[in-house]
Design a protein around this ligand. Structure first.
Ligand SMILES: [Zn+2]
Length: 108
């Protein structure tokens, strides 16, 4: 009966197709605290080059999501840290990537 333990294994990948994606990117935007660099005028964020914020948001708000698979998915979309998920498009990933997300969603 060891398998019972794994019945509720987190298996979902979080993609722009999820109805909560906009809510997620809003939350990510808030935690990134995007502001203007005083020296160059470019955008400055709280991103530390990792998926730290993304991981925190998903862990606390989307418990059924498999974080490892989701981060792997983001990497295949050329997003390698929190701010890249956000800056890839104003509101998250672009249309082409939504198509790719759909294919991944179907494959899984
Ligand atoms: Zn970054």
């Amino acid at each position: 009966m060891v398998n019972i333990k794994f019945r509720n294994e987190k298996s979902k990948i979080f993609t722009p197709l999820d109805p909560r994606w906009d809510e997620f990117t809003d939350s990510l935007c808030f935690h990134l605290n995007i502001r203007e660099c005083e020296d160059c005028g470019g955008p400055v964020t709280n991103c530390d080059g990792s998926f730290r914020l993304t991981r925190n948001i998903i862990e606390s708000h989307y418990p059924e999501i498999n974080i490892q698979k989701t981060l792997d998915y983001f990497r295949t979309m050329n997003c390698f840290c929190d701010c890249e998920i956000f800056f890839e498009q104003p509101c998250g990933l672009g249309v082409d990537q939504k198509d790719a997300a759909m294919k991944i969603g179907k494959a899984s």
